[in-house]
Design a protein around this ligand. Structure first.
Ligand code: SF4
Length: 724
């Protein structure tokens, strides 16, 4: 029996678990015989992968020693090893001879030859930027780093971005503007349990990361208050001491209104404002106009609720303001988050032990994935790609001339929208993402993918995006390879290999190394995560996200290390900003922001707000969790949640099929009636493909700073399609 301590493959809480191998081995699901539905023998990489894959999944045992989950796991974590042997696991490269031909199994050599020849042809005809790269927030730090490096020096393209742009980029932009740096929670997660009050805006952690609730419960048991801001009375809101239920798209007005009340009631921390911030007077002038009655009219939140929220938040020093996707995924998301940061700063919370502002990252490596260079405007170490000093440092590590590094490229949605257009990329390599389901205005994304000359996708299952590719490369999964992840605390953790990948499968690092070799790329291209991490340490040294003092051994010994960590003697930084913020003058910058409403408001044609989100048993685009039987049984299909009053007005019964239409498309989903949602708003989770796809409806209006699309609000109309 072996026991491998590691972390869950899914969300940013990165719950600790051990994978226990009881010794049972058997022929593989998805292995020989074509269980992935495409048939045929696999191209095999080398002869070393001789251990047969398993049908008896590794046993999951939650770890008590990991503070994030302390022995807890959600249903996704408990069933995570089933993902390793799903029936349609890819175990052979697939290729189609022409756009209309089916995907057929081919050898690795043929698949890689095709990718290299298409890259060479497209770049020869149209230049380096004609090839794009799209990454993912679930990739390990090592992969995110290597993918950014591959784009910049193997392909010499500026056209790289990743799906984390759709996740928390507005919080990153707002934190960068206010604090000079963006790093998830303001301290260890266990600090939350001592809080006097926690305001959580736009997050439903009871469903998205259930073990996180333990920390909120700890605070409540010790007399602290939980205040939840959400248009739905979610499972998290039901546990709250106070629930504010604003109209979608009005969070900024609410936050400004709370700050207005804090001023009126004399709750500001004036000494802190004077010593540690700049810009408050400009903010005060703006929020003066956010009179409580006006804010109630805009948001629908009663004045007494707002007054109670701000009193709870200000009653002690140990309070937190936390934001998540509900506040961030807006066309004004950066300003919305800024309004909440202003509130936290006015109350003197950030930069003190046991209080502050924090963003709850969503994807498994939502934090680390954005630090090491797969973002269009960044180089490793959270460096700006247009900063000459940053370029010189990273170019020296990579062994290239800084002048040869491309500049900033398009952001994720802009990149997807430009595919196959005049002046846009003609080919794309995609790793760890499924934008056909997860990107806004999904039908247009499908059109753009189909307009490409060439698409290659690396994945372990035939996702909806992989099915549109010309070449699909089968990749290893989380328990089959090593690496590091950075969780929502900013703590760097080790993910360990517990079993070999199936025959015919390669890791992303192996794929990048062999492609770099065939493209005659400069630099070194290790397939070993530990060696890539050593290079990442060097490349990040001196940057904001400085990992140079973090080693695999330290992570192991210390149970994770917080960045920044500039030397091996440095203890890491669990609580940044205690002495100064990462701005030039060390002060947090307060920026006045005005409510502008959603990019698309309701009207006579589309009279209902749509908001999207997640459910307990599914994760992100569902490409993984929809394949895990217990999760698929628990949450089998898309639905629209609507208030019984709205349903009554529209003649919609519980369980009936409903056509939901926006200006961008229509989805068909089953009605689920609930008085937990506002009368003017409906909710559709975004995990499913096909006609129930929520992102057929969403509005890709982009935030001007973060380039985040407005997933969280658009206008729709509903029509019943028949009886249940
Ligand atoms: Fe995994 Fe669930 Fe923990 Fe997230 S909350 S890391 S999905 S077990």
């Amino acid at each position: 029996m072996t026991d491998t301590p590691t972390h869950c493959p899914y969300c940013a809480l990165q719950c600790g678990m051990s994978l226990v191998d009881d010794g049972a081995e058997a022929p593989a699901a998805g292995g020989a015989g074509g269980a992935n539905g495409v048939g045929g023998a696999n191209g095999v990489h080398g002869g070393a992968r001789s251990l047969p894959p398993r049908t008896v999944p590794l046993r999951v045992v939650p770890r008590e020693d990991v503070p994030a989950n302390r022995g807890g796991l959600c249903q996704k974590g408990w069933t995570s090893t089933e993902m390793l042997a799903v029936p349609d696991r890819l175990t052979s490269p697939l290729m189609r001879a022409s756009r209309d031909a089916p995907l057929e199994p081919v050898t690795w050599d043929r698949a890689l030859d095709r990718i290299v020849s298409e890259i060479t042809r497209v770049q020869g005809a149209h230049g380096p930027d004609a090839v794009a790269v799209f990454g993912g927030g679930g990739l390990t730090n090592e992969k995110a780093y290597q993918l950014g490096k591959f784009a910049r020096i193997a392909l010499r393209t500026s056209q790289i971005d990743y799906n984390g742009r759709f996740c928390m980029s507005s919080a990153a932009a707002a934190s960068g503007r206010a604090f000079g740096m963006d790093r998830g929670l303001p301290g260890p997660i266990t600090d939350l349990g001592r809080a006097g009050a926690i305001l959580l805006a736009g997050g439903n952690v009871a469903e998205t990361m259930p073990p996180f609730m333990r920390h909120l419960t700890d605070a409540q048991k010790a007399g602290g208050a939980l205040i939840v801001v959400d248009p739905r009375r979610t499972a998290t809101a039901r546990q709250a001491n106070l629930h504010l239920q604003p109209t979608p798209g009005t969070d900024l007005a609410l936050a400004n209104g709370l700050l207005h009340l804090a001023i009126v009631e004399g709750l500001l921390d004036e000494a802190y404002l004077a010593a540690r911030t700049s810009g408050f007077e400009a903010v005060r002038r703006v929020v003066n106009a956010y009179m409580p009655e006006r804010v109630e009219r805009i948001t629908g939140v009663p004045v007494p609720y707002m007054r109670e929220a701000v009193r709870l938040l200000a009653r002690g020093e140990r309070s937190y303001v936390l934001t998540a996707r509900g506040t961030e995924q807006h066309a004004r998301g950066t300003d919305m988050v800024t309004a909440f940061i202003n509130l936290a700063l006015a109350l003197g919370l950030p930069g003190r032990e046991g209080s502050g502002y924090g963003c709850l990252t969503g994807q498994g490596n939502g934090q680390g994935g954005r630090e090491h260079g797969q973002k269009a405007d960044q180089l490793p170490g959270y460096r700006k790609i247009d900063d000459p000093e940053a370029r010189a440092h990273v170019a020296a590590v990579w062994g290239v001339d800084p002048a040869d590094l491309p500049g900033p490229g398009r952001s994720a949605y802009e990149l997807l929208s430009a595919l196959g257009t005049d002046g846009g990329p003609k080919a794309m390599l995609l790793f760890g993402s499924n934008p056909v389901v997860s990107a806004p205005r999904a039908s247009q994304v499908e059109e753009r993918l189909d307009a490409l000359d060439f698409l290659a996708v690396a994945d372990f299952v035939p996702s909806e995006t992989a099915r549109r590719a010309d070449v699909v490369l089968p990749t290893a999964q989380w328990a089959e390879e090593g690496g590091t992840m950075t969780n929502l605390e900013g703590r760097v953790l080790r993910r360990k290999r517990a079993q070999r990948p199936p025959e015919g499968v390669r890791t992303d690092l192996e794929i990048l190394a062999v492609l770099a070799d065939r493209l005659h790329a400069p630099g070194t291209w290790s397939e070993e995560p530990a060696e890539v991490f050593e290079e990442l340490r060097e490349a990040s040294a001196g940057g904001l996200a400085d990992y140079s003092g973090i080693t695999y051994e330290r992570i192991e010994k210390e149970g994770g290390v917080f960045w920044p960590c500039p030397s091996e003697e440095h203890p890491g930084t669990p609580r940044p900003f205690l002495d100064r913020f990462a701005t030039p003058d060390g002060r947090a910058r307060m920026t006045p922001v005005e409510h502008g409403g959603a990019a698309e408001d309701v009207d006579a044609d589309y009279p209902v707000y749509l908001t999207t989100g997640r459910v307990l048993a599914q994760y992100q685009s569902g490409a993984q969790t929809r394949r895990v039987r217990p999760l698929a049984e628990a949450a089998p299909e898309a639905f629209v949640e609507l208030h019984p009053d709205l349903a009554g007005r529209l003649g919609i019964a519980e369980g009936a099929d409903v056509r939901v239409a926006s200006r961008r498309g229509a989805a068909t989903v089953r009605a689920r009636l609930s008085d937990a949602i506002r009368h003017d708003t409906v909710f559709i989770p975004f995990h499913w493909a096909g006609e129930g796809r929520a992102n057929l409806l969403t509005n890709p209006a982009l935030d001007p700073m973060s380039r985040m699309p407005e997933f969280k609000v658009c206008a729709v109309r509903l029509e019943p399609l028949g009886s249940p």
